[in-house]
Design a protein around this ligand. Structure first.
Ligand SMILES: Cc1cc2nc3c(=O)[nH]c(=O)nc-3n(C[C@H](O)[C@H](O)[C@H](O)COP(=O)(O)OP(=O)(O)OC[C@H]3O[C@@H](n4cnc5c(N)ncnc54)[C@H](O)[C@@H]3O)c2cc1C
Length: 379
């Protein structure tokens, strides 16, 4: 097994690095979401995994990840990249791989072109880790379905044009009683409230979605009636790999910053890096980063090969996020007091990495999912 880049992949990485340097690193210090989104539209970064026939780039999951990793490693804001990733990995790819012909014809081109931003709405106040305890309900009527409920923590909600909303249909309990509806923002009965400010990924807008008998046609069911679980699984497979490439890239940037600081800062008459304890900390950071990278790209390669291993995806997701936070703590130590400043790169890095442990399902839940799957495969 080798993750050596091909000539095409090297070109993709170089292009992403140069784009990130020019367009995604704000000179003013603050991120203008809409300006960055426009730049991504112009340079065709909004439909990476979607086929060329609909205006995308037709990239594999692994190649999409190389793009996101490279942008984050160059210093692009992880929050903005997260939004860009949610649009593609949490939603658009499910329309592409599970949607009907009509759904693909209607939505894929605007999603690939970035004129239509997507969001995936699953979580509720009483259904977080326990996803399928959701209360949002879609009731069938003469015109289709009327959806009522509230979704919270929804990434992209304030900027999204189209929502994939999971709701309970029928009386079947658990996952089989869930369907996924594609709901346009303009739907009567759907309202959005911007979410509270969060400690990290600040430039990834989020919010709640209230649904009060929001009317949706039967044609908007993605994955068929009762097929919400399959849509969710597909989205999770892509986002647990794709979004976590952002964490990998940010780890690379953070590692470079630490190495530079440990070489340049002198204490007791020598650079910090000559100190055994600091040297060991840096070696461990590098080990965690490379191991995380191998696990994540290995899991993505299996998805690309059409043989997804969801246990490997969950374990990689958990390992990347835990490693990123461990490296964030190590960086804060290496930078000393300067690393604790609110504006320091190590504080920003740690804050941006903390949400990765929770979103897409918390670490302990990933261990449970992986163990259950491994146990089944050995029955
Ligand atoms: C930045 C960010 C973006 C998000 N974006 C979206 C989005 O776009 N769409 C969406 O639908 N949701 C989104 N979420 C919500 C996310 O999916 C939930 O936060 C996550 O599923 C955890 O649910 P919870 O926060 O309710 O925590 P809880 O379910 O209350 O869990 C709290 C803690 O308890 C532990 N725990 C709970 N159950 C178990 C278990 N069975 N086994 C082991 N440990 C357990 C875990 O440690 C967990 O962290 C986002 C969250 C964040 C932080």
């Amino acid at each position: 097994m080798s993750f050596k880049l091909t000539a095409d992949q090297k070109a993709l990485v170089a292009e992403a690095q140069s784009f990130a340097r020019d367009k995604l690193i704000p000179t003013s210090g603050s991120v203008d979401f809409h300006e960055m989104w426009r730049a991504c539209v112009e340079s065709r970064y909004t439909g990476l995994p979607l086929s060329k026939s609909v205006g995308g780039r037709g990239l594999s999951l692994s190649d999409c990840m190389l793009v996101f990793e490279s942008m984050a490693a160059t210093g692009a804001d992880p929050g903005f990249l997260f939004s860009l990733g949610v649009h593609q990995f949490a939603f658009a790819i499910s329309v592409a791989s599970i949607g009907s012909e009509d759904q693909r014809a209607q939505w894929l081109t605007p999603m690939a072109e970035g004129s239509c931003i997507g969001a995936l709405a699953v979580s509720e106040s009483e259904a977080g880790s326990d996803t399928f305890a959701m209360k949002t309900r879609a009731v069938e009527n003469a015109d289709g379905f009327a959806i009522t409920g509230e979704k919270i923590w929804i990434s992209n909600a304030p900027v999204a044009d189209l929502f994939a909303i999971l709701a309970r249909t029928g009386e079947v309990p658990g996952v089989f009683g869930i369907s996924c509806f594609v709901v346009p923002r303009a739907t009567a009965g759907l309202t959005i409230e911007r979410g509270p400010s969060k400690a990290g990924l600040k430039n990834a807008p989020w919010g709640s979605v209230q649904l009060d008998r929001a009317e949706v046609s039967e044609k908007n069911i993605l994955g068929g009636y009762g097929g919400g679980g399959a849509v969710f699984q597909n989205s999770m497979r892509w986002e647990r790999c794709g979004l976590y490439a952002i964490a990998l890239g940010a780890m690379r940037k953070n590692f470079g910053d630490c190495l530079t600081h440990a070489r340049n800062r002198h204490q007791f008459g020598e650079p910090l890096i000559e100190n055994d304890v600091v040297a060991k900390s840096i070696a461990l950071m590098k080990t965690r980063m490379e191991a995380a990278r191998l696990l994540l790209y290995d899991a993505a390669a299996a998805v690309d090969d059409g043989q997804p291993d969801d246990a490997a995806v969950s374990l990689a997701k958990a390992f990347v996020s835990e490693s990123a936070v461990a490296n964030g703590l190590a960086a804060q130590e290496i930078f000393g007091a300067s690393g604790l400043l609110e504006q320091s790169s190590s504080t920003a890095f740690l804050n941006d990495m903390l949400p990765f442990r929770v979103l897409s399902g918390a670490t302990d839940l990933q261990y449970k999912i992986a163990t259950r799957l491994m146990s089944r495969s050995h029955e």
